[in-house]
Design a protein around this ligand. Structure first.
Ligand code: A3P
Ligand code: MG
Ligand code: MG
Ligand code: MG
Length: 354
């Protein structure tokens, strides 16, 4: 077996299983939404997906740590919500029993489920094997009917080695270009659902999300951009998550005339990695916000392995080894390697004028 192939297999299957759970919640009107301390939303889908994925990691790699976005404290005294999540977790299995076996068997009790969720409490850092998990990235998109992603990455000594993104609402077809509609009013209808993956040094791939381990992955590559004015650039839907104003000024200076594609979650990284889009800009709106490692780890590797470069707004690589946040970085600039320096120059120019 080549390096990290076992980790990739477990990560892909765990993400695929978790998306079965999130898809069920996506189609429910009531998604069991709570407001967290920072006022951001979390749903029964986020908790359930985190439990299923951490269980699979701990069964296969008991000594590994996990930096997971969610924690179970709100559930320990909210039995109604806890039981709703348990019903989902208990009822979610991959249809292929061989794939289910690889994940190491079901969660047996409610307490085991809560403990699995809380096992995502690693402080992170640059020593040893640590997984970064975002059980639903783009929760606001998930609630609005936009894009969302189930995101998992393995870091070893602070470097991302394996990355997986499950995107239930993106087209399976790698060649379908992004349009203004790609991020709004989306669902997981026929032809939707893609799993992106990468191992450091071994390239990036995609495969249909619905088929567990049964379908072969295809290599993906970023699209060469010969004329930057024709580039498709992506940004968050939420104006509170990145500066639409700065991003539009940068696009304008680059001569880009097409409107941005606004899309929730790391579906943006997957989309540019397969050449459906070209550039992803995420410039800070707040001077104090620190980006979370689980919002970027998998996407960073997948884009770089597909021929892209990912830096912050100063041109530094994202540093995943300093804790649960990207404390040393500000913003994200992701583009094909051949045009990244051109984009970065304009980013610096626009930000320096502020
Ligand atoms: N002020 C802020 N600046 C940047 N990112 C923020 C933010 N507040 C929340 N986020 C993050 O933005 C993520 C969604 O990114 P996007 O806008 O690309 O969809 C959220 O992930 P979750 O949805 O997992 O909580 C959350 O972690
Ligand atoms: Mg969140
Ligand atoms: Mg997130
Ligand atoms: Mg999340």
């Amino acid at each position: 077996m080549s390096t990290y192939s076992k980790e990739l297999e477990v990560a892909e299957l765990a993400v695929q299983r978790a998306t079965l759970l999130t898809k069920k919640v996506f189609h429910e009107k009531a998604k069991g939404t709570l407001s967290k301390d920072d006022k951001s939303p979390v749903t029964i889908g986020d908790f359930g997906a985190q439990a299923l994925i951490i269980q699979a990691i701990k069964k296969n790699f008991p000594n590994d740590e996990v930096v997971g976005e969610e924690e179970a404290s709100d559930l320990r005294d909210n039995h109604k919500l806890r039981d709703q999540i348990w019903a989902l977790v208990e009822g979610t299995k991959l249809s292929d029993s061989g794939s289910e076996d690889i994940l190491g068997g079901p969660i047996k009790t409610v307490d085991e489920m809560l403990d699995a969720i809380d096992a995502g409490n690693s402080a992170g850092g640059n020593k040893g094997r640590i997984w970064a998990l975002d059980p639903i990235d783009g929760t606001k998109g998930f609630l609005r009917g936009g894009q969302y992603a189930v995101c998992l990455a393995l870091m070893v000594d602070g470097d991302v080695k394996v990355g997986v993104l499950g995107c239930p609402n993106l087209p399976v077809d790698d060649t379908a270009p992004l349009t203004a509609e790609s991020g709004v009013d989306q669902t997981d209808s026929e032809g939707k659902g893609v799993l992106f993956a990468a191992i450091a040094g071994q390239g990036a791939t995609s495969r249909p999300l619905g088929t567990a381990g049964l379908e072969k992955s295809q290599p993906i590559k970023m699209k060469p951009v010969s004329d930057i004015t024709q580039a498709i650039f992506c940004e968050s839907v939420e104006a509170g998550h990145s500066s639409h104003g700065d991003q539009s000024a940068i696009a304008q200076k680059l001569g880009i005339t097409k409107a941005s594609v606004r899309m929730d979650s790391q579906a943006k990284y997957g989309s540019i990695a397969r050449g459906a889009g070209d550039i992803y800009l995420r410039l800070p709106v707040s001077a104090t916000y620190q980006e979370k490692i689980w919002d970027h780890a998998a996407g960073d590797l997948i884009v770089r392995e597909a021929g892209g470069e990912v830096t912050d707004s100063l041109g530094n690589r994202l540093n995943f080894g300093v804790g649960r946040t990207l404390a040393e970085n500000k913003g994200v600039v992701a583009a094909p390697a051949a045009i990244h320096s051109t984009v970065l120059e304009v980013v610096k120019e626009v930000l320096s004028k502020k």
